[in-house]
Design a protein around this ligand. Structure first.
Ligand code: G3D
Ligand code: MG
Length: 200
């Protein structure tokens, strides 16, 4: 599900991409980061500040990898005002949502819409990770899309909703591949806009 992609191809680049992992506390952000870093489950403690890792990820084509520089920022309410300083200059945002925490999904929606509405984040692609899909009672993708009001995100914001289970890593490579493709597409569009402006 998403509005950013029509093609299924996954273009590759050698540029390290600046990716910020956001979401409410306990959504599974740090589990996502360490799953990607160590390819195994790592027991987490609540993140007080941030965790950062540079990780090379295979995106579909196993002969080539893409470098991501991830910033996993604490999601507690008092830390959320800091998100803005991490998303400045971000190539993409990974927004992790706990698919069984129906009580706080409205809060997740508010934070997602708030961060994507910021002027400096206009057009920055967002991968929404519907995490904890291994648990019984996890919300379906249609429920997640509606409850997070993804259709009401700015038309300029490419997004993709990815079901995932961070403890075993399911869904993460597919999600990153989509995010990478959205970033590549946006960069190409920005380059073309720049060229057009120069010609005028
Ligand atoms: P955060 O960084 O967003 O605050 P964490 O969240 O990564 O610290 O994870 C919060 C809790 O959710 C952890 O459990 C973690 O193991 C669990 N978790 C993360 N991803 C998944 C998942 O895909 N499925 C399930 N079932 N649990 C997950 P604890 O018990 O340590 O609080
Ligand atoms: Mg954390």
């Amino acid at each position: 599900m998403g509005n950013g992609l029509s093609e299924l191809t996954c273009p590759l680049s050698f540029q390290p991409l600046h990716i910020v992992i956001l979401g409410l506390d306990c959504a599974g952000k740090t589990t996502v980061l360490y799953r990607l870093r160590f390819n195994e489950f790592v027991n987490t403690v609540p993140t007080k500040g941030f965790n950062t890792e540079k990780i090379k990820v295979s995106l579909g084509d196993h002969r080539r990898t893409t470098s991501f520089h991830f910033w996993d920022v604490g999601g507690q309410e008092k830390l959320r005002p800091l998100w803005r300083s991490y998303t400045r200059c971000a190539d993409g945002i990974v927004f992790v949502v706990d698919s069984v925490d129906a009580e706080r999904i409205e809060e997740a929606k508010t934070e997602l819409h708030k961060i994507t509405r910021l002027a400096e984040n206009q057009g920055v692609p967002v991968l929404v990770v519907a995490n904890k899909q291994d648990l019984r009672n996890s919300l379906s993708m249609t429920e997640m899309e509606n409850m997070l009001a993804l259709g009401e995100l700015s038309a300029a914001t490419p997004w993709h909703l990815q079901p995932a289970c961070a403890i075993i890593g399911e869904g993460l490579p597919e999600g990153l591949c989509k995010l990478h493709a959205m970033i590549t597409k946006r960069r190409k569009m920005l380059r073309q806009q720049k060229k057009k402006k120069k010609r005028r």
